[in-house]
Design a protein around this ligand. Structure first.
Ligand code: FAD
Length: 383
């Protein structure tokens, strides 16, 4: 479908990366995706293989074990993951945003200490921010970190934590003092080695089942003061706001890439499905539906491509642009996948069909990374 359009940031080198990544997803992930969904995580050896291929932490500097590559490299991997209609690999939370949060907030020493293992895939990183009563309203966070000698002691509950059970490292937001944004700090917890860091359960979801999304309890979790991220108390909220910007763009990227893939699959289905003496494609409704979907996806693609190109050219990503990309990309993803599913008829409702998987996986994109309503509220403030 995108044959006549090539993203302005694509290069010959990225074509090669695309070929490698496509092979990786087709050989290492797609054939096992159903099992990964059932066990709620991919096999660690697949994650390590991705690390060996340089597919994790691509835009993290090489001195910390990353590839020192551009956001465009990461976009290629996101697009290829979308192409196999599967989210079990969890590139965005595990290989891009988690490490991006850490890189954007930690000191040089902390990055040297923990990032190489994350980039090689030998350790996974989760990010523990959300609490039962503090989702959108992060400032309502209640988890505390009290200073005791050379340590901090963390107590509280976190919810909806991606890779919660798989991760050996967790970036935890906690209150070091005071109410509101100024009291929030970030800590690195080495989960397996630290008593009191407990996974209550892996939550059952309607989609994205290959990712373990967990409830986490912190019960007198003691970490050395050196694990205070960035070394200064009370900077957590501001640090998080800065790194959320790129997370939002990545959700928009995945949204548009998924919508495009849904259109491709539906086009193929419509042209082959025979009914009433013709093909499904012969109905004007099918043509109009797919023409509308393709147009809307293209509008999103061009907007997002501009932002990606700017980033690659070294121009800063504006928070508002990233918010627009996130809400538009995720909204179009859900709408287009739904309209495509309709053209599959009953087959579209069968979970063995990729379009059904895409439908279930898509829904959360309008909720996480800043719900679309929250983002529109923030965009409106700048109008
Ligand atoms: C699958 C999944 C994975 C996740 N992974 C992680 C993770 O790894 N780490 C982590 O910390 N968190 C994670 N989250 C949490 C996610 O970021 C939150 O779910 C999200 O921030 C929304 O918070 P909430 O669920 O408490 O909803 P609430 O904050 O209770 O929102 C409820 C409703 O209120 C609406 N609302 C909020 N503000 C406004 C407004 N200004 N105007 C109008 N309506 C508004 C929202 O849009 C929403 O519809 C994950 C969530 C899911 C579902």
């Amino acid at each position: 479908m995108t044959q006549t359009y090539r993203s302005p940031w694509m290069t010959g080198e990225l074509d090669m990366l695309r070929a490698t990544t496509r092979r990786f997803f087709e050989e290492e992930v797609a054939p096992h995706a159903e099992r990964f969904r059932k066990q709620h995580h991919i096999d660690r050896k697949v994650w390590i293989k991705a690390g060996e291929l340089g597919l994790l932490c691509m835009s993290i500097p090489q001195e910390y074990g990353g590839q020192g590559a551009t956001f465009a490299h990461e976009v290629v991997v996101m697009e290829e993951q979308a192409r196999i209609c599967d989210t079990t690999f969890g590139f965005v939370p595990g290989a891009l945003n988690g490490p991006g949060f850490f890189h954007g907030t930690a000191s040089h020493e902390q990055l040297l200490r923990w990032m190489p293992d994350i980039a090689s895939g030998h350790k996974m990183l989760s990010v523990c921010i959300t609490e039962p009563d503090a989702g959108t309203d992060m400032k309502a966070m209640r988890t505390t970190a009290r200073r005791e000698g050379d340590d901090y002691v963390l107590n509280g509950n976190k919810i909806f934590i991606t890779h919660g059970k798989q991760a050996e490292l967790s970036l935890v937001a906690a209150r070091t003092g005071g109410a509101g944004a100024k009291g929030i700090s970030l800590f690195m917890v080495e989960t397996g080695k630290t008593p009191g860091f407990k996974i209550n359960k892996v939550l059952e979801k309607i989609g994205q089942n290959g990712l373990d999304t967990c409830e986490v309890f912190l019960d007198e979790v003691r970490v050395p003061a050196g694990n205070l991220i960035g070394g200064v108390e009370g900077k957590g909220f501001g640090q998080l706001m800065d790194v959320f910007v790129r997370e939002r763009l990545s959700i928009g990227v995945v949204g548009i890439a998924s919508a495009e893939r849904a259109i491709e699959l539906t086009l193929e289905h419509a042209k082959n499905r025979k009914m009433l003496g013709q093909t499904l494609w012969d109905f004007q409704n099918s043509k109009f539906t797919l023409a509308e979907c393709a147009t809307e996806a293209r509008i999103g693609r061009v907007f997002i491509d501009n932002l990606v190109k700017d980033l690659v050219d070294g121009k800063p990503l504006q928070p508002n642009d990233a918010m627009m990309a996130k809400w538009w990309g995720s909204e179009k993803q859900c709408q287009i996948v739904d309209r495509c599913l309709q053209l599959f008829g009953g087959y579209g409702y069968m979970s063995e069909y990729p379009i059904a998987q895409m439908y279930m996986d898509a829904r959360v994109a309008r909720i996480y990374g800043g719900s679309n309503e929250t983002l529109k509220d923030l965009i409106a403030r700048s109008l």
